[in-house]
Write a protein that binds this ligand. Structure first.
Ligand SMILES: NC(=O)c1ccc[n+]([C@@H]2O[C@H](COP(=O)([O-])OP(=O)(O)OC[C@H]3O[C@@H](n4cnc5c(N)ncnc54)[C@H](O)[C@@H]3O)[C@@H](O)[C@H]2O)c1
Ligand SMILES: [Zn+2]
Ligand SMILES: [Zn+2]
Length: 352
């Protein structure tokens, strides 16, 4: 493997509940259809915190190296890999690999593949310096793309871009982004803007309000913690008071999943993306029927969605705030995320 070291630094979940342990571990060798990516930067997604806490009905591998927004350079590849070269820039996504043969893979619904490998969940992810992924699934990154800024696009960006497409919202229409101040939410506002949509941001606190309205392009902000009536306030924020055409739910609490159907516009669509632990969706049957509301789930994106979302970013129309800290400080990022204190995204630099 040439210049690839035998040992590397990683953040390891040794037991569910954490904390993560920063330590030296072995570098693995890629299999025949895999590449080894020298991760330079990795975004920290709330999913990584769900994985540490073990709060989803899907067990993680243990010990686990989390992370699934890894941007870096290909340093080794298996002998079956022909369309990506050593030295190319690549991104490790949530979908680390899929069978490419099943009903879903054949129809490019790779996230639905029953054999999908999940980076930082069922296989080791990007919170290490050298990460393995299936060559078919690593994102191809142009060399003019900065590896720190692009990291959050590899999950958050792809996911919200896909969710906006699934919503069917058209240019000129309005979309409520619920959880707008977080990683997915901040990128959702930027993708929506680039797609010609108007956004209403819903989250809490002055820092997030300022970011959403002054930096990310939302024309209105509803503070869910201060509002006496979120449903009324969201509807009132639309021009005719009838509510937004679509709602993108990226919040980490159950409440908004039980409110969105009430304020979405007749004929509107509620897209569920956030995955709060143990939560249930709720919608009034009467209003949902007579308003002809659609409620649907949206789960990351396929390879084409990923390439499209990355192309928006490469063109310079997506700019979301992020802060860089060393990989060694990952636990501090989790603590802040747990408190809901992060506006935008944290990205870890694997060299420190
Ligand atoms: N479906 C998918 O494919 C997919 C992909 C990636 C992440 N996710 C999930 O999306 C969620 C968000 O991830 P993230 O990394 O953006 O998290 P984050 O912690 O960066 O942001 C979550 C935001 O939700 C806000 N929030 C909490 N309660 C709220 C409420 N009642 N109303 C409005 N906003 C509220 C928080 O203040 C925070 O700003 C997580 O559950 C994550 O696992 C899903
Ligand atoms: Zn993610
Ligand atoms: Zn498959």
């Amino acid at each position: 493997m040439g210049s690839v070291p035998k040992k590397q630094w990683a953040q390891v979940v040794e037991k569910t509940g954490g904390p993560v342990v920063y330590k030296e571990i072995d570098v693995q060798e890629p299999g025949p259809d895999e590449v080894l990516v020298n991760i330079k930067y990795s975004g920290v997604c709330h999913t990584d915190l769900h994985a540490v806490n073990g709060d989803w009905p899907l067990p993680t591998k243990l010990p686990l190296v989390g992370g699934h927004e890894g941007a870096g350079v290909v340093v080794a590849k298996g002998n079956l890999v022909e369309d990506i070269e050593i030295g190319d820039h690549a991104g490790v996504k949530w979908i680390n690999g899929s069978c490419l043969q099943c009903d879903f893979c054949q129809q490019s619904d790779e996230p639905l593949c029953g054999k999908a490998l999940l980076s930082g969940y069922t296989v080791d992810g990007s919170f290490q310096q050298y990460c393995i992924a299936k060559a078919a699934h690593v994102a191809r990154l142009h060399k003019d793309i900065p590896l720190d800024a692009v990291a959050p696009v590899l999950c958050a960006g792809i996911t919200v871009y896909k969710g906006l497409k699934e919503s069917g919202a058209r240019p000129g229409q309005s979309v409520a982004i619920v959880g707008a101040g977080g990683g997915l939410g901040s990128l959702a506002q930027q993708y929506a803007k680039a797609m010609g949509l108007k956004t209403i941001a819903i989250d809490t606190g002055d820092e997030k309000k300022k970011m959403c309205t002054e930096q990310l392009g939302s024309y209105a902000f509803v503070d869910f913690a201060k509002s006496q009536n979120v449903v009324k306030d969201v509807q009132a924020a639309t021009e005719d008071g009838l509510g937004p055409h679509a709602v993108i739910l990226v919040a980490v609490n159950e409440k908004p999943f039980q409110q969105a159907a009430e304020y979405v516009r007749p004929r509107g669509t509620v897209i569920c993306i956030g995955l709060p632990a143990g939560a249930y969706l709720k919608a009034p049957v009467f209003e949902s029927v007579i308003k002809m509301i659609t409620i649907r789930g949206s789960y990351v994106g396929n390879r084409k969605d990923s390439a499209e979302a990355l192309e928006f970013f490469r063109r310079g129309v997506i700019k979301a705030p992020f802060k860089v800290v060393g990989l060694s400080e990952l636990q501090k990022v989790y603590d802040a995320m747990h408190q809901g204190q992060i506006a935008g995204r944290y990205v870890v630099d694997t060299s420190k």
